[in-house]
Design a protein. Structure first.
Length: 135
């Protein structure tokens, strides 16, 4: 669905020109079919497996095509169990999904000056995350 030799998707090209050409119409039809197939597959996953959280790696400009598709996704754009991934997932391969899962389980804490002062109130703990906890 990318314009040949230009590297720009047809959906983003529509804002400038080229809505009436036959190649443009074919790419737009493929785009709507693409989102319908995605939603159909997600619906079958939701029917087969209990899924608590959904992660989406999609540009905001494509959300209207995604959520207004003829086949509705198993969640809404404002659902509490939908999180927007802070990175791009280029392919849905198992290796790439493992990397995405590892990235989601990590966290980074960025504190303002006020936050640093609040954290400094708490004493240092003897917690060592490399040692196993004995429950």
């Amino acid at each position: 669905m990318v314009r040949q030799k230009q590297g720009k998707s047809q959906i983003k090209y529509l804002k400038t020109k080229g809505k009436s050409r036959s190649g443009s119409r074919i790419r737009l039809a493929e785009t709507t079919q693409f989102f319908e197939e995605i939603n159909d597959r997600l619906g079958s996953y939701a029917a087969q497996f209990p899924i608590d959280l959904w992660g989406i790696s999609c540009a905001k400009t494509l959300w209207p095509y995604y959520f207004s598709s003829a086949v509705t996704p198993p969640f809404t754009s404002k659902a509490d169990n939908l999180i927007e991934l802070p990175f791009h997932v280029s392919q849905g391969s198992f290796e790439e999904l493992k990397i995405a899962g590892e990235l989601l389980q990590k966290y980074q804490l960025i504190l303002s000056e006020k936050g640093k002062n609040l954290i400094s109130v708490f004493p240092e703990s003897d917690f060592d995350p490399t040692q196993k906890a004995d429950w």
